[in-house]
Design a protein. Sequence first.
Length: 385
Amino acid sequence: MKNIKIKSLGPIENADVNFGDLTLLVGPQASGKSIFIQMLKLIVDKKHIRKTLEQYNFVWSKDSDKLLDLFFGDGMHGIWKEQTEILYDTEIIDKDYWIPKQGEKYRSFEELMFYIPAQRILSIADGRPKYFTEFDESVPYVLRYFSETLRQLMQTEIGTEGSIFPLSRLRIKASLQNSFNESIFHNGKIVLKNISGQRKLRMQINGLDIPFMTWSAGQKEFMPLLLSFYWLCTSAKISRRDEIKYVVIEEPEMGLHPQAIKSVILQIIDLLSRDYKVIVSTHSPVFLEFTWAFNLLKQSKVSSDSLFELFDIKRTTPTKRLFENVIENKTINTYFFDRENDKVNVKDISSLDAGSENESISNWGGLSEFSGRAADIVSKYYSED
């Protein structure tokens, strides 16, 4: 997966995206970011998706419009227009791309892209992951399948360990588990308890046993993200995970304090070190501040010690190896979904050059515009006083 070109898909007029090891997508709400990456998922995992839908008895009878509705949500097939064009690397994607060719077999194909959707909190809204079939056809496939994945993870892999967080058998690095504890859970222990015949998430802290819905907003939003990291970072060889090459994370910052966002960035760095290619859609300037600093430090060929200073964490040998690998070998690209007159053009702003004459680049896709304006206004009126 190196490049995708899109014309006239939903609100997207033009997109030409080259993927880095980490690719950041920024832009206002309803600018097509989710449509873009869901379409990418549908292309990359078309056979796995067809197999899954048929496994759950969804019938689409080789009707592309029906498949698009089942995947994006009921009524969403209209995002594909007569003038829609997609080129994925060198492959032309037309509307018949998802219709099985005669004699084509796909039952052995595994998932290549793990997708963590923005609406992930809905997967565990009452403290337990929902079954795929608990959602109706208005819900995008990526959320339904994500919820089913978490359900299987908790049922078969981590649900018997007593504690969901912290885990006695580490799936994520100890330094990262400590970071999540300090910035999000604050010594709270997350467990599964049987409530009315169902196993649900509870937090035990300061002698209290707290149900999921009374956790802080950030803790609730982070929990499905943490479970995803467990799924991706297992040390055991699990066949269905062998083929995963790409990870999508939509809006990982939701509900989180900047200190916690920094912890999530550290975990994404760990994913990069495991050779996943990661795509992140975000509204948080913290991600672009990290990317701006990372690119400058990489260009300057400075020591990886600079990242310890950036994240203000203790130097350890495993973390030093992690940082050395990333700063020497990985790349980050950034794209801005720029909406004008109800049409979105996707622009490469990877340089994040604050001195650029191109406002899309200098304003970091709008994420630094307000802070820059605030500084100018304060400077103007402060000098007048």
